[in-house]
Design a protein around this ligand. Structure first.
Ligand code: CMP
Length: 139
């Protein structure tokens, strides 16, 4: 049998409450949109001011988000990189891997497809992006 390192997309998706509420057919569709990627300690994943072309879900590990004065730590089950795609603005923070991180990457087209076909996921992501936006106002 093939060696299972626990890194297949199906098992990575199980870590997200946002996805586990979906039925099997919906999960199967989402699996086709996500690409697994391992990030290394200290790796810069997003640079503030860049154009954004992808969003990321964290399956394991942690990242540091630095908007300016504020530093926020995100971990398993969190996502980042959604703001540039939702608000059509430049990246609003640097994002750096704090250790080894298993990520699920969504390119822009796949991100839009995910939001379009899953209103409950869209609502959740929009809400978090709005809260982050408000947190960053006046920085
Ligand atoms: P984006 O602006 O595309 O790229 C940087 C990302 O950092 C941003 O999307 C959010 O996902 C994340 N981010 C920005 N500000 C905050 C914040 N205040 N708290 C948590 N995450 C943030």
């Amino acid at each position: 049998p093939p060696l299972d390192l626990g890194l297949n997309t199906a098992s990575l998706i199980e870590k997200f409450p946002m996805f586990s509420a979906l039925d099997e057919a919906e999960r199967r569709e989402i699996r086709t949109l996500l690409r697994p990627r391992l990030a290394f300690p200290g790796e810069i994943l997003i640079r503030k001011g860049d154009r954004g072309t992808s969003a990321y879900f964290i399956s394991s590990g942690a990242v540091e988000v630095a908007t300016g004065r504020t530093k926020v730590r995100l971990g398993r089950g969190d996502f980042f990189g959604e703001m540039a795609l939702i608000t059509h603005t430049r990246r609003q923070a640097d994002v750096t891997a704090l250790g080894y991180c298993q990520l699920l990457v969504l390119e822009e087209a796949e991100f839009r497809r995910l939001l379009k076909s899953n209103p409950s996921i869209r609502e959740r992501i929009d809400q978090v992006a709005l809260e982050r936006q408000q947190m960053n106002v006046g920085e």
